[in-house]
Design a protein around this ligand. Structure first.
Ligand SMILES: Cc1cc2nc3c(=O)[nH]c(=O)nc-3n(C[C@H](O)[C@H](O)[C@H](O)COP(=O)(O)OP(=O)(O)OC[C@H]3O[C@@H](n4cnc5c(N)ncnc54)[C@H](O)[C@@H]3O)c2cc1C
Length: 322
């Protein structure tokens, strides 16, 4: 697959996860075209504008066709993407992370999820504007329930606090209703019997936890090894859930690195940044990474240096991918 194909697929999946319709491409068209003319100024002659226009519609039509195929593959149309769910559990995992369990309110069952997708949430912000954000399910859907965990994003260096994560933390409680979209994702767990090595940092653990939970439920026999990095033991969200899932799979405990390790460390715990140089890795494994970009670059380089082929390393990015 070329880079462009991967990028277009990622965009198309994000669009259908939000219920984007073909007629909305006209609205999108107006804004970049306005920006192009504004930035180019006098250089935006009618000929130049016509070329940009043509390029936009070439890309838009590619996406519209791709999205039509994706909607029909899951037997949904854009009007059916969003559903109302009721919050049935709210669990404080750490000072900054809350886990939510929601229950379906719509009579039509949802597809039981694969382990890799994300779910989109739609909320009305304090100013009255709709905002959308993605979250990774931390357990496979059973058709009725869905689970996800949200880290409160605090503004650093005078940037404002994250809008939706703070609204979720501050206002959403058991009994409330939330709008969730159908599940989609572009980081796909391949169906094979090869061992799986999952490496995460911080809240990047969420998609990783979905995978062992899927394995527990589907009774597959893939070996799973989890490597996790966190600030300290107090910021390690979903710890109990992850350890329970791995114990059910007889996989032992995850290898953990704490940046600010305190007190006595357990046998599976290390201090400092994740360092995989001395970690025993299974033969012929597939690797999935999720965490801040710097973490993923570091781990990916270390894996490549150990001879792992790049094709066997996939990663999930919690933001723009470039
Ligand atoms: C596929 C996927 C899966 C994800 N899964 C999870 C998950 O399981 N759990 C989870 O917690 N998150 C997850 N995320 C991240 C999540 O979707 C949100 O991006 C995150 O919660 C922040 O949203 P927010 O509305 O709180 O922050 P936003 O309001 O979107 O702000 C984001 C950042 O921009 C900064 N910012 C905002 N405005 C300005 C400004 N004017 N100037 C400078 N900086 C500014 C903020 O300080 C903040 O750091 C996932 C993302 C993706 C794409």
């Amino acid at each position: 697959m070329t880079f462009q194909t991967i990028l277009l697929k990622r965009v198309a999946l994000k669009h259908i996860s939000l219920g984007v319709r073909p007629n909305q491409y006209t609205i999108v068209h107006e804004n970049p075209m306005w920006a192009i003319v504004d930035v180019l100024g006098d250089a935006a002659t009618p000929e130049v504008a016509a070329v940009w226009d043509e390029v936009y519609w070439l890309m838009a039509n590619l996406l519209i066709n791709k999205e039509r195929g994706l909607y029909s593959a899951v037997d949904l149309n854009p009007d059916e993407i969003w559903r109302t769910w009721g919050v049935v559990e709210r669990r404080k995992e750490t000072a900054d992370t809350v886990a939510f369990v929601v229950k379906r309110t719509n009579p039509r069952p949802t597809n039981q999820s694969l382990p890799e997708p994300y779910v989109s949430l739609k909320m009305i912000m304090k100013g009255g504007v709709h905002q959308l954000r993605q979250h990774s399910p931390t357990a496979v859907d059973d058709g009725d329930h869905r689970q996800f965990a949200v880290k409160r994003v605090r503004g650093i260096q005078r940037a404002p606090d994250g809008e939706m994560s703070n609204l979720l933390h501050d206002t959403v409680k058991v009994g409330d209703r939330v709008q969730l979209a159908a599940l989609f994702g572009d980081v796909v767990l391949n169906y094979s019997n090869r061992p799986l090595v999952l490496a995460s940092a911080g809240i990047g653990l969420t998609p990783m936890e979905g995978m062992p939970s899927h394995k527990v439920k589907s009774h597959t026999h893939r070996k799973v090894q989890l490597l996790h990095a966190d600030g300290d033991s107090g910021s390690y969200a979903l710890r109990r859930q992850v350890e329970d899932s791995l114990a059910q799979l007889n996989e032992g405990k995850p290898d953990v690195w704490f940046e600010r390790a305190e007190g006595n460390l357990e046998r599976n715990e290390n201090s400092g940044y994740m360092n995989i140089d001395n970690v025993d890795l299974p033969e012929d494994a597939e690797y999935y990474l999720c965490g801040p970009l710097a973490f993923m670059k570091l781990v990916r380089s270390a894996l490549i240096a150990r001879g792992i082929p790049a094709k066997d390393i996939q990663y999930e990015v919690f933001g723009p991918d470039l």
